[in-house]
Design a protein. Structure first.
Lengths: 392, 347, 285
């Protein structure tokens, strides 16, 4: 009677869950952290969860008299899993806040749950602009692609670059990046010679790079998800594009701090725009990097980890403000307009869109004491997400 | 019971009527409702009352079960190893999502539309799997699945691309039952579809049609010799399996009110194959048992070891094959076979 | 134009060397081994660890990758695979998917989930001009190595004693055993050799294809395409298939980027419909 036995097991597990629920609920705020811990996007999950844990270690696990309890669950980057886990966390485990979400579809799939159950939902990594529009209870601590693609366009136009080929991964975020870079660059008088889109499943960049080379632009603007980005970088150098006088400008995903150091020489000189670099020069960041490295076997924190860290900062600050009330409307009211100093610099939450307002830095990859770093040299202060700013 | 065994009628010693009644009895015995079947459905209904907090995972099990049962029709009966069954699942999910987004919010309409759409795709693609060896079929089905996935990503104006299809909400089922946050309605809905679907497929599988499929699977050449139109039968069964796979996809889209491109991902095809293996192939209920076990084990492992549960799933697979999955699946035979006391035929 | 052709050939060569081990297990031993990519990944990680942690030269890493993968293959063949030559294809598929899952999780555990990168020796990086055609040095290196291997493989199979024994063992296991051929040994060595080749391919491909724990899953499809299109009974079939796919893929992406990703799948399906048993079917099966 295999089925009956498993049912019994499941039943007893459910009962056990129910039994412990009321005891723990009094003084604890449970945060359901849903991340891709396995599968192709596991590195996102690893960084974000490390960032979250670093925050709890450095700031303690109580806020406004409530104990913060973290429940980490893996969705393997599959949207319907995310949705089910979110629903279960809310209904069964009594999670008061949902957080995490490595990719856009994963965050989108949770939006109906957030709306229906009025659960505050903190997006810590996914970057498509439209996510916060999907539900009133979604806020974000990472950044949006338009937000950090646009300044790259501004910078390029102001620094003598006339003709650009864009090369992006052919999916939502890539198209976002392409659109906003192009828009800004064109409005400043630049010319887009060609727009190349690379399929998501793409082992070899050779044909695309050849296209770029044949178009003879001044620079190529690139957005690729972080792991693939490093591969691209090597092939870019190998194909001699740099010698052909083609500059590489990109969003910060390509020179992801997590793997930047292993990219080696070809990466040097790449110009990228992003909201966080491990090398960011501020006391907050120094403390953060030190704590992070210590807790995580000397791993470098990247922009995803800082999204996780700030996500927790946001939750703590909001709970402080509501005196521990984590119900949807109160929490979200507290979130709006919140501002604090993050390792990445000053950030705040836009009261209208619940999206993050932050500095975007233009950085160059340099060899600093034998390690490759994204060194910031220009700041675009307090940028809003341009897509939602424009819609108004 | 329209198909009479041809040789039997030729043989002088037994009269045609006797042979016919023997065949009829055989078919009847094969298709009799077994003890465990009733247990399964009773347990599923009981779960609704006993486990109110587990509705969502039960819903997932029901959807996976329908998907796996439909694959069993192709794999266990027709013997086609398919790595692309998810093409139908995904198409069904997208159709259901699009119907809800643009036309009707009522779920049953979307469900039927998804079934029809997936069935059409199944019919068209079934001609591609008629030829070749196991490997060729494996690759063709896989290729179709991958093309579908790529298409869903490319046609962003229709499917939302990699961001997934969202922003639709489902109306009450048949205008009466609203979907709730606890997933109770969703579970009952999926369970009803699973029940009806399984019963239909069961009727089909244990009919002379199903028997002829098994003959084709066992030996295509001999099946051809006793005048079984192998090609036609395979096309039919593949289409029907596609219909139900599409419906399973529709259920997923409707209960989560979201369609992501990974409904077409390869790992889903692998998962469902795994489900069927755990449960055993060739008797339909394998899909249901497999879905229950697989989902529970996976859920438990992903809580215990969020990062490395894949390792244990792999280990289970390897052990399963090494021990011999037939041996494991045979436990079903030790259950009492009949519910009624009628034992007139014997063995 | 010629550069595209050149890139396509290099890519095709790489696919061939990754997949030809699979041709051996699948075609000669009739075993659907979806875990083939796991051996390639092992080779890749051996290279990464040797180069990045111990600073050993890239040229030494290649044979090391071959040997380590071959040893892993040998051990697995002796302990696990050999029991499964007679079982159904479905069982083989499931078993090897299981192996893939385990390999992916184990690699993630030991090496972490991030993309692994290697730094090539300077004489292999960059590109040069040959008669006005831009040629990547590393790609040229890949082509030379892979072509040499393909040739060697063909010779081994058709000219040596071991090759004839292997073919005999495959054609009729019982008769071959009756003739005094140690069939299990031949199979084990063949399997190890195939895995070793995959490992070498993984090591060479790390630069172009990348390397992370999901490698076996990501590229399984490509291996299978090469083998199923090329047919499994010869070496030249998969070789040509790999070339064709490599060139079609690269050219498709260059000239018609909008439908680029479909080219390879569509090509496969068309080929399979036209020649269900591969480009150069030996007939029979």
């Amino acid at each position: 009677m295999l089925n009956r036995r498993t049912l019994l097991a499941a039943a007893s597990a459910a009962l056990a869950c129910l039994a412990q629920f009321p005891a723990a609920a009094q003084e604890a705020v449970k945060i359901g952290l849903i991340l891709p811990m396995t599968g192709p996007f596991a590195s996102t999950g690893r960084q974000v969860s490390a960032g979250v844990k670093t925050f709890i270690e450095t700031h303690g696990d109580t806020v406004a008299g409530k104990k913060i309890e973290l429940i980490i669950r893996d969705d393997a980057g599959v949207a319907d899993q995310t949705r089910r886990i979110a629903q279960e966390l809310v209904v069964n485990d009594g999670a008061k806040v949902l957080a995490g979400f490595g990719l856009t579809p994963l965050a989108m799939s949770v939006a109906p749950v957030a709306t229906q159950a009025k659960v505050p939902t903190v997006v810590m990594a996914a970057g498509t602009a439209s996510i916060t529009k999907a539900s009133e209870y979604i806020t974000r601590t990472s950044g949006t692609l338009p937000q950090y693609s646009l300044p790259v366009g501004t910078w390029a136009a102001e620094n003598g670059i006339k003709k650009v080929v864009t090369l992006v991964t052919d999916y939502g975020p890539g198209i976002d990046a392409e659109k906003w870079f192009t828009k800004e660059f064109k409005s400043k008088g630049g010319e887009i010679v060609e727009a190349v889109r690379v399929p998501l499943q793409n082992p070899d960049f050779a044909p695309f790079l050849q296209r770029v080379r044949d178009a003879k632009p001044d620079a190529v603007f690139v957005f690729l998800p972080s792991g693939v980005g490093s591969l691209f970088m090597k092939q870019f150098a190998d194909r001699g594009l740099a010698e052909a006088g083609i500059k590489l400008i990109a969003t910060g995903d390509v020179t992801d701090d997590d793997i930047l150091n292993s990219m080696g020489k070809p990466a040097i000189g790449t110009i990228t725009g992003h909201f966080y670099a491990t090398a960011h020069d501020s006391p907050e960041n120094k403390a953060y990097v030190e704590a992070f490295k210590k807790a995580n076997n000397n791993m470098r924190p990247n922009f995803m980890s800082v999204g996780g860290y700030d996500g927790m900062a946001l939750i703590y600050a909001a709970l402080e403000k509501t005196k521990g009330d984590a119900t949807g409307p109160a929490f979200m009211a507290a979130v709006k307009g919140l501002s604090w100093t993050s390792p990445r610099g000053p950030v705040s939450i836009d009261p209208d869109t619940r999206d993050i307002i932050q500095n975007i830095y233009i950085r160059e990859v340099k060899d600093v004491n034998g390690e490759l770093q994204n060194v910031e040299f220009k700041t675009f202060a307090a940028l809003k997400d341009p897509e939602k700013a424009e819609a108004k | 019971m329209s198909v009479l065994p041809q040789e039997a009628t030729m043989v002088a010693t037994s009269s045609p009527t006797a042979a016919a009644s023997r065949a009829a009895k055989l078919m009847k015995r094969r298709s009799r409702v077994r003890f465990y079947e009733i247990i399964v459905w009773l347990a599923a209904i009981a779960a609704f009352f006993v486990l109110p907090s587990k509705m969502l995972i039960l819903t997932e099990i029901a959807i996976l079960a329908l998907f796996a049962v439909s694959l069993d029709l192709v794999l266990g009966f027709a013997g086609i190893v398919s790595l692309g069954h998810t093409a139908f699942f995904g198409l069904g999910a997208y159709i259901a999502g699009l119907v809800a987004l643009h036309y009707v919010a009522e779920p049953v309409v979307g469900l039927l539309a998804a079934g029809i759409g997936a069935g059409l795709l199944g019919f068209i693609t079934s001609f591609l799997i008629l030829r070749g060896s196991d490997l060729t079929r494996l690759m063709t089905t896989l290729g179709i699945g991958l093309m579908m996935a790529e298409m869903a990503n490319q046609m962003a104006w229709l499917t939302g691309g990699a961001d997934g299809l969202s922003g639709f909400s489902l109306g009450p089922i048949l205008g009466m039952f609203e979907f709730d946050l606890f997933g109770k309605t969703g579970y009952v809905y999926c369970l009803v579809v699973l029940f009806v679907g399984t019963m239909l497929m069961r009727r089909l599988a244990f009919s002379p049609f199903g028997l002829s499929l098994k003959a084709i699977k066992a030996n295509p050449m001999r099946a051809g010799m006793i005048a079984i139109p192998a090609r036609k039968r395979i096309v039919t069964v593949y289409t029907i399996a596609a219909v139900f796979a599409g419906m399973a996809g529709a259920l997923l889209a409707q209960t989560t009110s979201f369609v992501s491109p990974d409904v077409l991902a390869f790992h889903r095809s692998a998962d469902v194959l795994l489900v069927l293996t755990i449960g055993g192939t060739g008797y339909l209920y394998g899909g249901i048992f497999g879905a229950v076990l697989f989902t529970l084990v996976k859920d438990w492992l992903s809580i215990v070891t969020p990062q490395y549960w894949m390792f244990y799933i792999g280990l289970i697979l390897v052990v399963l094959v090494l021990v011999g999955r037939d041996r494991l699946a045979r436990w079903i035979e030790y259950l009492p076979e009949h519910l009624s006391k009628s034992k007139e035929e014997g063995r | 134009m010629l550069t595209i052709l050149f890139d396509g050939v290099a890519y095709g060569m790489l696919l061939f060397i990754l997949a030809c081990g699979l041709t051996v297990t699948l075609g000669l031993m009739n075993f659907i081994n979806l875990a083939h990519g796991a051996f390639a990944m092992a080779g890749g990680y051996v290279t990464v660890v040797m180069m990045n942690r111990y600073g050993i030269s890239f040229y030494w890493c290649l044979p090391a990758a071959f040997i380590v993968s071959a040893l892993i293959g040998l051990v697995l063949e002796r302990t696990l695979y050999q029991w499964l030559y007679q079982v159904s294809h479905l069982d083989q598929v499931l078993f090897s998917i299981g192996i893939v899952f385990m390999a992916v999780a184990a690699t993630d555990y030991f090496m972490g989930g991030q993309q692994q990168l290697i730094n090539l020796p300077p004489e292999l990086s960059g590109r040069m001009d040959v008669f006005g055609v831009g040629v990547g040095r590393y790609r040229l290196f890949t082509i030379i190595v892979c072509a040499a291997l393909a040739l060697a493989l063909q010779l081994i199979l058709s000219k040596t004693r071991f090759g004839s024994r292997l073919r005999a063992a495959v054609d009729d296991r019982r008769v071959a055993m009756g003739l005094g051929i140690n069939v299990p040994l031949v199979f084990a060595l063949t399997f190890a050799f195939g895995s070793g080749l995959a490992g070498l391919g993984g090591a060479m491909g790390a630069e172009i294809l990348g390397l992370d724990p999901n490698f076996p899953l990501k590229f399984m499809i490509y291996f299978l395409i090469v083998v199923s299109v090329g047919g499994t009974s010869t070496v030249s079939g998969p070789f040509l298939a790999a070339m064709l796919l490599g060139i079609a893929d690269v050219a498709g992406k260059y000239y018609v980027p909008a439908i680029g990703p479909f080219v390879i799948y569509a090509l496969m399906i068309v080929m399979l419909i036209v020649r269900p048993n591969g480009l150069f079917a030996r007939g029979g099966r």
